[in-house]
Design a protein around this ligand. Structure first.
Ligand code: NA7
Length: 543
């Protein structure tokens, strides 16, 4: 769609926009933004590519898909009745339940009437004369709005590597991030899974139980810690519900935005016995809090090695075949890539119907009509599952043709990596906001509180603009450059920036290698955002 095709000529000529706000995406960010916009009396329209709400949890329906944040914390807190009335069934909520929760929120607040489903935004162009964003959509439609909020998610653009012969495969293919809505039955089938990231680690144990044979193609082994998932403890639920606001407040003081008790001591000061006991306790508790075993696990390689060694020991303990255990053992920094949380992942390799193919030295050569070819050998399958991840954080934004002042495109602006002010706004793109955009803590934190913090900040900003008679806001290039610099310097302090992960865009050929999320932690980030708004939106030009 070209710029000329986008927009309502009449509205543009009048200097009016069709809506105060267009929100792109009806996941948790878009839904809450709509709720807040309505509360401010603003007219808003949400445009959503899927046929219903839920975002990430609408698309990622693969077997075993589950949140790696505990249920009682992975929910909205803006409405106490909502958090009191909703009941989670498991410690870690499975995808269908999170999707039901999103649907419940949509119904409870009657959100769907302002959401246009099955429509993808293709272009967003700022019209300088009218100060309206003109949004062009896949159905050929267009709308104008004073403000545009990109609530497009961090992991919403799937990555399907450009394997030779991809289209030649005669069997069924699936991507974990675009899973069909119908049940997929692997019973009696020969299945290949490509990838060993979080999606693969969650789905492999379940596919293995169904398939006649499962072959996993692993390029880089990954660290995972058991979830110890199960039915949620009702006493715990009652305790949390009795003190939900206090728990939420505690979580906000944590770097991760998660309420748990990290041990801030150095691993290097612990004796071998203390360390073993500490890691065993964390392993028994399960999940991402494992990385809170010591305060320096992501700061010192020597400290990190102690945790990595412990997990490698667990792999050797669980996996019967020492050669397979060795292949499954990651050699890099634990927590550098996002730590995975699993149910029976390592033990799955003890099954007779599961094999592991190491493609680290001999990449997948091609997809053939019968299956996958590696090192001259063909593996035949009835189905191939691509668990190959996402073009994270920037992929979805850059798929759209977003143009700001002077027709500058976001693709040009971000050619060397994303540049934002606070991960919320972009110099040269007035009245455009990104929820959990690159340069904000986003994926390094519990997403729900981070989403709410961004949406609240944007809502307060819109209210401020209205009360001060402003209709345009844009960050200065200086404020943006300073923030980009700060994000990059902060990333350098942590081991997280040292490996080839999707945090740095290393999984996408040609993507600039930049650590995208902000590593400074949730509390420091919130303080910065609050200081910016308290100082009359410091770093922004308002007119
Ligand atoms: P990830 O974590 O990006 O994992 C993708 C996996 O696919 C990973 O093991 C990749 O290996 C592998 N991959 C990608 N391209 C290839 C090729 N060409 N050949 C072989 N293997 C390949 O995505 P997920 O969906 O699992 O998880 C994303 C996030 O969702 C996760 O971090 C949680 O936050 C939830 P590589 O490591 O690049 O060598």
């Amino acid at each position: 769609m070209s710029e000329a095709d986008v927009g309502t000529a009449e509205a543009v000529a009048k200097g009016n926009c069709d809506f105060d706000l267009i929100i792109v995406g009806a996941g948790f960010a878009g839904m809450y933004m709509l709720y807040r916009a309505r509360g401010l009396g603003l007219s808003a329209r949400v445009i959503e590519a899927g046929s219903d709400v839920g975002g990430t949890w609408y698309w990622n329906r693969y077997p075993g898909a589950r949140c790696d944040v505990e249920s009682m914390q992975y929910s909205y807190q803006f409405d106490d009745k909502l958090q009191q009335e909703w009941n989670w069934s498991e410690r870690y909520a499975p995808q269908p339940e999170i999707l039901s929760y999103a649907q419940h929120v949509a119904e409870r607040f009657d959100l769907r009437r302002d959401i246009q489903f099955n429509t993808r935004v293709q272009a967003a162009v700022f019209d300088e004369q009218s100060s309206c964003w003109r949004i062009g959509t896949s159905d050929g439609g267009s709308h104008t709005a004073r403000f545009c909020v990109m609530a497009t998610g961090c992991l919403s653009s799937t990555n399907l590597p450009d394997f030779k012969g991809l289209d030649s495969f005669q069997g069924d293919t699936y991507h974990t991030g675009q899973w069909p809505h119908e049940d997929v039955d692997f019973n009696g089938k020969r299945v290949g899974v490509i990838g060993t990231g979080s999606s693969a680690i969650q789905s492999i144990p379940i596919i293995a139980r169904q398939a006649e044979h499962l072959t996993v193609f692993q390029r880089t082994p990954n660290y995972t810690v058991p979830a110890h998932n199960g039915p949620i403890d009702q006493d715990y639920v009652a305790r949390v519900k009795a003190e939900y606001p206090a728990m939420r407040a505690r979580a906000k003081t944590m770097i991760s935005g998660l309420d748990f008790e990290p041990n801030m001591a150095s691993a290097l000061d612990a004796s071998a016995e203390e360390m073993q006991a500490q890691y065993e306790a964390k392993w028994a508790y399960g999940g991402i809090p494992f990385l809170g075993a010591y305060g320096d696990l992501l700061l010192s390689e020597k400290a990190n090695d102690t945790a990595a060694d412990f997990v490698r020991g667990k792999i050797r303990e669980i996996v019967d075949d020492p050669e397979i255990a060795e292949l499954l053992s990651p050699g890099n920094v634990i927590g550098c890539k996002r730590l995975c949380v699993d149910t029976d992942y390592w033990a799955t390799y003890n099954r007779d119907n599961v094999s592991l193919v190491d493609v680290s030295g001999t990449p997948i050569e091609r997809i053939t009509p019968a299956g996958v070819q590696v090192d001259g050998r063909e593996y035949a399958f009835d189905a191939i599952v691509f668990a190959t991840g996402f073009d994270a954080m920037t992929g979805t934004l850059l798929k759209m043709d977003i143009r700001g002042l002077d027709g500058q495109s976001l693709r040009e602006k971000w050619a060397e990596g994303p540049k934002t002010y606070l991960g919320l706004s972009i110099a040269g793109f007035p009245n455009l906001f990104t929820v959990t955009g690159p340069g904000s803590p986003s994926v390094l934190t519990n997403m729900l509180p981070s989403i709410e913090q961004h949406v609240d900040w944007i809502s307060d900003c819109l209210a401020y603009m209205r009360s001060h008679g402003h209709d345009r806001i844009s960050p200065s290039t200086e404020a943006e450059a300073e923030w980009v610099n700060h994000v990059s310097q902060t990333a350098d302090l942590s081991l997280r920036s040292t490996c080839s992960s999707w945090y740095v865009g290393a999984n996408i050929p040609g993507k600039p290698r930049v650590f995208m999320p902000y590593m400074g932690g949730f509390p420091a980030y919130v303080d910065k955002c609050d200081a910016v708004s308290a100082n009359g939106y410091q770093g922004f030009a308002l007119s």
